[in-house]
Design a protein around this ligand. Structure first.
Ligand code: SF4
Ligand code: SF4
Length: 608
C-alpha cells in the first residue's frame, strides 16, 4: 500500500519534469519478459570472450591455450588508458585463442579467448575492499582491474568516468534507470530484485565522485522498480525521479534535462558542468567488485521476442546466444533472426552462435509478425515530422539530403555528429526512409576522410621535416667545407710567415757573410798558433821522428825496387808475344797474296 502511495507521489512530481524536445512512443512490449524473476543458466559447453567488448584499446592477453583458469581470474589486462580487463567467467581450460564471429553489425570475426568450463565453477581468491573512509584515488585505480564498463550499452570503461573527477568537480550523480527502449527490461528486473545492493553501489559511486547530490531517474512504466528503489532509499539523501515514458529518455543528456532541468551544451561533456551519469547496472557491478571482490564476469540480459518463455537471465559473458534462447524455452516458429539491443537502436546478429558480451542488455528473437519487413522507401515529402521527433533538435531531412548526395561537409555543418542515432526520425517518417542508416554512412565516410587527411597531413609534415633536415645538413656540410678551407689558408699563411720569420733578410745575409769571414779568420789564426806550438814542442821528439822517417824512406825504396823488377819481367814477356804476332801477320799477308793471284788467273780464263 505504501509503495502505491509513494509511486503516486512520484507521478505527481513527474508533472514537474521538464520535457525535452521531440521523442516518440513506440509500443513498449516490456511486460512479456517481466513475468518471471531473473533466472540462472546452467554452464554452457564453451564461453567465447571477444577481446573487443568495450570502447577503447583491446586488452592484452595474459593466458595461453591449455592454461587452467579459475572463475574471476584475469585473462586479459587493460592496455592503455581507455581499456578494460577481461576475467574468466568460470573455471576451466583455455581451449582456443583465435578469431571468431562476434556480436557486431559488421558480422566480422575478431580475436576471442575460448574457455572450456570444467563444471567446478571454482573462484579465484577474491579481495573485497572496505571503501568507506579509504583514499578515493587508490579505489579508482583499483577499478581498472575490475573490468567494469558502462552496462547501459555504451561500454565505456568505468574507471575513466571516475577518474575524470580529478579534473572537474562533480557535484551531482545521476543514475540512469530510465530503460526507455521497447522490449528491454533487465534494469527494471534488477531494481525490483536487487535494489538494496544498487543503492549501496550508488553511495559508492557518490563517494568516488565526491558528489553531494544523487538523483535516480526511472520511467513511469516501471512502478515495481520505483517502489523497490524508494523502499531502499528511505532515510537516505537520494532522490528518485519518475519520468514520463518517452523514447529516448534514457539518453544521458535527455535524462539530465528531465531530472535536473539542465541542458548540457552540445559541445561539452556532462562532467564539465559538474554532472556524471552512471547506469543502474554499472553501479551494482561496482558494488559487487568492492564488497565481494568479484570482477565483471556477468550481467542481466533480457531474452525476449519470439521465444516460448521470455525472461531475464543472469548470463556469464561469453555464453552463446543459442544457450540463452534454449533457457527461454527455445525459439518459436517463424523466428527469422536475432537482434541485440532494442528494436530502435539494436542490430541484427550474424548468427546465434555469437556470445553475450558486456554490451548485450537484450536479445530479441525476431519474426516477420513482430517486425514487419520495411516497405520500400519512398521519396521525402518534406513533411518535417522527423524534425518534430528529433530529441536533439536537428533537421533530419536536411541531413538525409546531404548524406544521400555525399555532401558530407554540409552534413557536418548541420551537426550530423550530434545525432545519437536514436531512430526516432525513421520511426515517424511516412516515406519509410531508413534515415539512421544514411547518418551512419555519412559519419563513417567523414571519419574515414578525416583519418585519411590526418594520415596525409602527418606524411606531409614528415616530408617537410625531411626536406628541412636535408637542407640543414647540406648547409652544415657547406659551412664545414668553408671552415676547413679557411683553416688551410690560415695555416699556409702562418707557415709562410714562420718561414719568412726564419729566413734572414738582405741585411742579415750580409751580416752573416761577414760573421763567417771573421769565424774563418779566427780559425786560421788558431791553426797557425797550433802549428807554432807544435814546432816549438818538436825538439822534445826529434830523435824519435828522424828514426821513423828513416824507416819510412827505406820502406819506400824497397817498394820502388820491387816494382822496377816486375816491370822488367813484364817487358820480356811482351817481347815474346811480339815475335809471335809478327809471324801471324806474315802468314796472313802470304795468304792474301795467294788469293789475289788465284782471282787474277780466274779473270784471265773468263776473258779468253
Ligand atoms: S519525415 Fe521523412 S518524408 Fe518527412 S521530411 Fe522527414 S525524411 Fe522527409
Ligand atoms: S536518429 Fe538522429 S536525426 Fe534522427 S531523431 Fe535521432 S538524433 Fe535526430
Amino acid at each position: 500500500m505504501n509503495a502505491i502511495i509513494n509511486f503516486t507521489k512520484a507521478l505527481k512530481s513527474a508533472k514537474e519534469i521538464l520535457r525535452f524536445h521531440g521523442g516518440v512512443k513506440p509500443p513498449e512490449r516490456k511486460s512479456e519478459s517481466t513475468q518471471l524473476p531473473i533466472g540462472q543458466l546452467p554452464l554452457p559447453e564453451k564461453l567465447t570472450l571477444p577481446l573487443r567488448q568495450h570502447i577503447g584499446n583491446i586488452p592484452k592477453i595474459k593466458v595461453a591455450i591449455g592454461d587452467l583458469v579459475l572463475k574471476g581470474q584475469l585473462i586479459a589486462e587493460a592496455e592503455g588508458i581507455v581499456s578494460a580487463a577481461i576475467h574468466a567467467p568460470t573455471s576451466g581450460v583455455i581451449s582456443a585463442i583465435e578469431d571468431a564471429v562476434i556480436p557486431h553489425p559488421s558480422g566480422l570475426p575478431d580475436r576471442c579467448i575460448t574457455i572450456k568450463p570444467d563444471g567446478q565453477d571454482i573462484w579465484t581468491s577474491l579481495k573485497p575492499q572496505k571503501w568507506r573512509n579509504t583514499d578515493r584515488k587508490a579505489l579508482v585505480n583499483n577499478i581498472r582491474l575490475s573490468g567494469v564498463v558502462g552496462l547501459g550499452g555504451a561500454t565505456f570503461p568505468t574507471h575513466i568516468k571516475l577518474r575524470a573527477n580529478g579534473k572537474s568537480d562533480v557535484h551531482t550523480l545521476v543514475v540512469n534507470a530510465a530503460e526507455c527502449e521497447p522490449y528491454i527490461t533487465c534494469d527494471d528486473m534488477l531494481m525490483r530484485e536487487r535494489s538494496e545492493q544498487i543503492i549501496e553501489g550508488v553511495e559508492l559511486a557518490q563517494y568516488l565522485l565526491g558528489a553531494n547530490t544523487i538523483v535516480i531517474g526511472i520511467e513511469d512504466n516501471k512502478p515495481e522498480a520505483v517502489a523497490a528503489m524508494q523502499a531502499a532509499t528511505v532515510d537516505k539523501n537520494i532522490q528518485i525521479k519518475v519520468i514520463p515514458t518517452l523514447y529516448p529518455s534514457g539518453d544521458a543528456r535527455r535524462l539530465v534535462h528531465l531530472v535536473l532541468g539542465q541542458e548540457i551544451p552540445y559541445d561539452k561533456r556532462s562532467t564539465e558542468v559538474g554532472i556524471q551519469v552512471f547506469n543502474v547496472a554499472t553501479v551494482l557491478a561496482l558494488y559487487r567488485y568492492f564488497e565481494f571482490g568479484e570482477p565483471s564476469i556477468n550481467r542481466i540480459v533480457s531474452m525476449t521476442g519470439n521465444v516460448t518463455s521470455p525472461q531475464n537471465f543472469e548470463v556469464l559473458f561469453g555464453t552463446p546466444i543459442a544457450h540463452l534462447v534454449k533457457a527461454a524455452g527455445g525459439a518459436k516458429a517463424e523466428t527469422s533472426h536475432y537482434l541485440m539491443g532494442g528494436p530502435m537502436m539494436g542490430f541484427q546478429l550474424p548468427s546465434e552462435d555469437v556470445p553475450i558480451t558486456k554490451a548485450a542488455n537484450c536479445i530479441i528473437a525476431a519474426s516477420p509478425t513482430l517486425f514487419e519487413a520495411p516497405p520500400p522507401a519512398m521519396p521525402c515529402i518534406r513533411c518535417a515530422r522527423c524534425a518534430d521527433a528529433c530529441p536533439v533538435s536537428l533537421q533530419p531531412q536536411e541531413l538525409y539530403w546531404f548524406t544521400k548526395s555525399d555532401n558530407f561537409e554540409k552534413a557536418r555543418d548541420y551537426n550530423l555528429f550530434d545525432c545519437i542515432e536514436c531512430g526516432a526520425c525513421s520511426y515517424v517518417c511516412p516515406s519509410d526512409i531508413p534515415l539512421v542508416q544514411y547518418y551512419r554512412y555519412g559519419k563513417s565516410e567523414i571519419i574515414a576522410a578525416d583519418k585519411a587527411k590526418e594520415t596525409a597531413d602527418i606524411a606531409r609534415e614528415r616530408n617537410d621535416f625531411r626536406l628541412a633536415r636535408i637542407e640543414r645538413e647540406k648547409q652544415e656540410r657547406a659551412e664545414k667545407h668553408a671552415a676547413r678551407a679557411q683553416g688551410v689558408k690560415t695555416n699556409s699563411a702562418k707557415a709562410s710567415k714562420e718561414t719568412a720569420d726564419q729566413e734572414p733578410n738582405k741585411e742579415d745575409r750580409g751580416r752573416n757573410t761577414k760573421q763567417a769571414a771573421i769565424t774563418a779568420a779566427i780559425a786560421r789564426a788558431k791553426a797557425q798558433k797550433t802549428a807554432t806550438t807544435a814546432e816549438s814542442a818538436a825538439p822534445l821528439n826529434t830523435k824519435a821522428s828522424s828514426e821513423s822517417v828513416k824507416t819510412e824512406i827505406a820502406e819506400i825504396d824497397a817498394r820502388r825496387a820491387s816494382a822496377k823488377s816486375k816491370a822488367t819481367k813484364a817487358d820480356s814477356k811482351s817481347g815474346i808475344n811480339q815475335e809471335k804476332q809478327d809471324k801471324i801477320n806474315a802468314a796472313i799477308a802470304s795468304a792474301k797474296a795467294k788469293k789475289a793471284a788465284a782471282d787474277t788467273a780466274k779473270k784471265n780464263v773468263g776473258n779468253k
